[in-house]
Design a protein around this ligand. Structure first.
Ligand SMILES: Nc1ncnc2c1ncn2[C@@H]1O[C@H](COP(=O)(O)OP(=O)(O)OP(=O)(O)O)[C@@H](O)[C@H]1O
Ligand SMILES: C[C@@](O)(CCO)CC(=O)[O-]
Ligand SMILES: [Mg+2]
Length: 376
């Protein structure tokens, strides 16, 4: 049997980092996906094939464990029908299984993803053989939610494999609300292994799609009433969300009052942004775009004060400003991707040429599309 699933990456329009500390944030799905194919052997063949294999196709990497080895190392009680956190002890056992795979040194950043794979797989499907093939259109570790798309797509495929009604649909179809809620909870637990202390916004927007306002786990789906175009520039500076999130937490412990004010300001920015995007009033689009521009500028300043910007991000901001365009980092920062608002009528050729001549990679993506989907 074969099940396919896909889940989108995201951009955060306002509120990253502060959202981890209880502020509101606004995020939208983008039309770049992570795809998972789950191949389960037929019952008769399962006896001869007792392996769980993970293929990361884009990286030409394959990892494989015998099911008996998994059973020997991973505590059995980790298999449960309702989403629960991976204990420190289980994570240590899983790390042993990951180390045995001798991941190439230059790809060692994959370790947390592979641990998450082993944990989600064995928790949801138990100790059974399968081949899981993963491909992605998202750059890894660049602020576009590659980790969340990975967790959501994987969990969608695992949950879909246990849905009994496998009526064949043409193409991709979404999951029902109950399964969406379930997979989102599992994906959040997976994100914890990769991010340490995620807010849950990335897995939620990847699971549900569209555009959302998110605050302390509360989701409000937003209906955009204006055109919103963003240029995405990948600085190609590698970074890791877990380290950046914990850096902000450490700063918060050192300066609780000052940081509280920063997080409050971000909360106001996100709420105002959500209101502008949803507003049906006939204010000219130009006026709304001017307000969004200013909010992005203030948000970027606050992200700078949280210590998560980077000289490469500053270069993108300066370059786009020469073309009268406003930018802010998106996702965890520290490098990664930068968003530039493209007001109606903007011609991007010149600014893209200048950014790319500095070694950055630019692209546009459609904002606010589908969430997790499956295909039998
Ligand atoms: N397709 C994938 N296959 C395996 N592991 C993946 C995949 N995508 C992401 N990961 C894991 O997620 C890690 C990157 O997650 P990280 O949260 O640091 O960045 P991001 O999710 O791209 O950006 P952000 O969290 O800022 O949106 C990788 O180092 C890897 O461990
Ligand atoms: C930096 C952060 O706010 C967003 C990463 O895309 C982390 C999180 O919310 O989990
Ligand atoms: Mg991430």
């Amino acid at each position: 049997m074969e099940v396919k699933a896909r889940a989108p990456g995201k951009i955060i329009l306002a509120g990253e980092h502060a959202v981890v500390h209880g502020s509101t944030a606004v995020a939208a799905a983008i039309d770049l996906y992570t795809y998972v194919t789950l191949r389960l052997p037929l019952q008769s063949a399962a006896e001869n094939n007792d392996r769980l294999t993970l293929q990361l196709k884009d990286l030409s990497l394959e990892f494989s464990w015998s099911v008996s080895r998994l059973k020997e190392v991973i505590p059995c009680d980790s298999s449960t029908s309702s989403p629960a956190s991976c204990s420190g002890e289980t994570l240590k056992s899983i790390a042993v299984l990951v180390e045995e795979q001798n991941i190439p040194e230059e790809k060692i950043w994959l370790s947390s993803g592979i641990s998450t794979f082993l944990w989600l797989y064995t928790s949801i499907r138990g100790f059974s053989p399968a081949t899981v093939i993963i491909t992605t259109e998202l750059p890894y570790g660049s602020g576009l939610g590659s980790s969340a798309a990975f967790c959501v797509a994987l969990t969608s495929a695992l949950i879909a494999s246990s849905i009994l009604d496998k009526t064949h649909h043409e193409g991709w179809s979404s999951l029902d609300e109950t399964n969406l809620e379930l997979l989102n909870k599992w994906a959040f637990e997976g994100e914890k292994i990769i991010h340490g202390k995620p807010s849950g916004i990335d897995n939620t927007v990847s699971a549900y799609g569209n555009m959302i306002k998110f605050c302390s786990g509360e989701i409000t789906r937003l209906q955009s009433n204006m055109p919103l175009r963003m240029l995405i520039t990948n600085t190609k500076v590698g970074r890791n969300t877990k380290a950046l999130v914990s850096g902000v937490s450490e700063r918060t412990v050192r300066h609780p009052d000052a940081m509280k004010s920063v997080f409050n300001a971000v909360d106001s920015i996100s709420k105002e942004l959500a209101a502008i995007i949803q507003s049906k009033d006939q204010n000219s689009v130009t006026e709304k775009e001017e307000s969004i521009k200013e909010l992005m500028e203030i948000n970027q300043g606050l992200l700078q004060s949280m210590g998560v910007s980077h000289s490469s991000i500053d270069t993108v901001i300066r370059t786009t400003l020469k073309h009268k365009l406003t930018s802010k980092l998106t996702g965890a920062g520290g490098g990664g991707c930068v968003l530039t608002l493209l007001p109606t009528g903007t011609v991007v050729d010149k600014v893209v040429e200048e950014l790319e001549s500095s070694g950055f990679q630019c692209f546009t993506a459609s904002i606010g599309g589908n969430g997790a989907e499956i295909c039998f």
